[in-house]
Ligand binder design. Structure first.
Ligand code: CA
Length: 433
């Protein structure tokens, strides 16, 4: 999503709390909502003649209130009448939004799904054939392989863009209220796009969550960072491949993409390595090399990468591949603030560019259930390592608590919640399986 520097930094911090891999997340996705929000208080209706269902009443109340906020945001009564009269919430959107997957997908499974042979072949073909890739790369400094990876992940190279009416999706999400402020902002942005005449209501199509076109931009991202690259005067992220990929490049550039710097390199850690520095300091590669960390491919660092701060990440724990995440890893996360997503984009891009598989393979794991994830958090708190709320989301707080507990047990402090760690924690805290 397009965001200014300030929001980006806030998200970077929040990004450390990003979720464990839970399967492909919606691109430029709405912020994960916190606790279930309170329902909008509904004023008692003055004894209606015909009873009105509470849901409809709440919707009408919200619509009335929203109208005031939309007018204040500069939209005209005529536009609001035209675009919002008769719009009702889409139950499909609400049900998709409240989905709670029982099992979290292990990161290795997620990455294996991202890097299919078919997808790699299509990307390698496109990188040689699309004439607009070199000029986009030159203008924005984002490598074509990263853009192709975004394109592949967001819409299967433009094939799966979504056919939901974005205005209705945003009305549904805003009225539902779970993340009202965000959805109302996007609804106002969508209405402003229509108002500008750049895109018609009929053309404003997207995913159920309002991510639009080949690059799955939410309306505010479209307004802020979409560009017309093919020169026809329209920013057409739906129908123009060049516009779509240049818009993605522009979004990444706004997210802090650094020209000629890498996104991450796979590394090998020495025996006896102190894993507690995982997700810790951001230091230049020489600092890591002094601690025995070396590149898995044995190649030297470029001058730009050698001067860049890098953070050690172990997405699947000590049993899986290790990476030094370079600054552009964090730029990718402006698209979707998830370590797994950024890894998927980066690793797919590396393959498009001709790279081979990782040196250390992803471990094969059984997915953790929601109840196991919550039990591990409860156990951590019980044995004195506060992980934050027991919500089943393995974020930065849980990983930090887990590392501290692992250190206290003389276990490799990789902060990774494996099935083995769940079993040990439950046993220690006296939680019966
Ligand atoms: Ca255009």
């Amino acid at each position: 999503m397009a965001m200014d520097r300030r929001v980006f930094l806030v998200l970077l911090l929040a990004g450390c709390a990003d979720t464990s891999p839970q399967g492909p997340l919606t691109a430029i996705s709405p912020p994960p909502s916190p606790a279930p929000k309170p329902q909008t208080p509904v004023a008692p209706a003055p004894t209606p003649q015909t009873p009105v269902p509470a849901g409809e009443l709440a919707f009408d109340t919200w619509m009335q209130d929203f109208r005031g906020r939309a007018l204040a945001a500069g939209l005209s009564p005529a536009l609001l009448d035209r675009e919002l009269s008769g719009v009702i919430p889409d139950p499909k959107v609400i049900s998709l939004d409240s989905r709670q997957p029982e099992f979290s997908k292990p990161v290795g499974d997620y990455i294996r799904g991202v890097i299919s042979d078919d997808r790699v072949a299509i990307g390698r073909n496109k990188r040689e054939q699309l004439p607009f890739l070199p000029p986009i790369e030159a203008q924005y400094g984002v490598p074509r392989d990263i853009l192709l990876a975004v394109w592949a992940m967001e819409s299967a190279f433009g094939q799966l863009q979504g056919n939901f009416d974005v205005v209705r999706s945003m009305v549904s999400l805003a009225a539902d209220g779970r993340r009202r402020a965000w959805a109302e902002g996007e609804l106002i942005a969508a209405l402003k796009i229509i108002d500008s005449g750049e895109v018609t209501r009929a053309q404003l199509k997207g995913s159920w969550a309002g991510a639009m076109g080949q690059t799955q931009f939410i309306p505010s991202s479209y307004r802020a960072t979409a560009v017309d690259f093919d020169g026809d005067g329209r920013r057409d992220i739906w129908g123009s491949d060049a516009d779509a990929l240049a818009s993605a490049a522009n979004l990444l550039a706004h997210g802090g993409w650094k020209r000629n710097v890498g996104w991450a390199k796979e590394v090998i850690l020495p025996p006896g390595f102190d894993y507690s520095v995982t997700e810790g300091p951001r230091e230049i590669p020489a600092w890591w090399e002094a601690r025995g960390v070396r590149r898995a491919d044995g190649l030297p660092w470029t001058a730009q990468d050698a001067a860049s701060p890098a953070m050690l990440i172990l997405p699947a724990g000590a049993a899986g591949p290790a990476f030094l995440a370079l600054p552009n890893h964090f730029a990718i996360r402006t698209y979707n603030n998830s370590t797994s997503y950024a890894l998927g984009i980066g690793l797919l891009a590396d393959r498009f560019a001709g790279g081979g598989p990782l040196v250390t393979p992803w471990p094969v794991e059984t997915p953790l259930s929601m109840s196991d994830r919550m039990a591990a958090q409860i156990a951590l708190a019980r044995v004195g390592f506060n992980p934050g709320p027991a919500d089943g989301v393995i974020g930065a707080g849980t990983r930090r608590a887990l590392r501290a507990w692992q250190q206290s047990q003389q276990l490799p402090a990789d902060g990774y919640l494996s099935n083995d760690m769940v079993a040990r924690l439950k046993a220690q805290a006296g939680i019966t399986p």
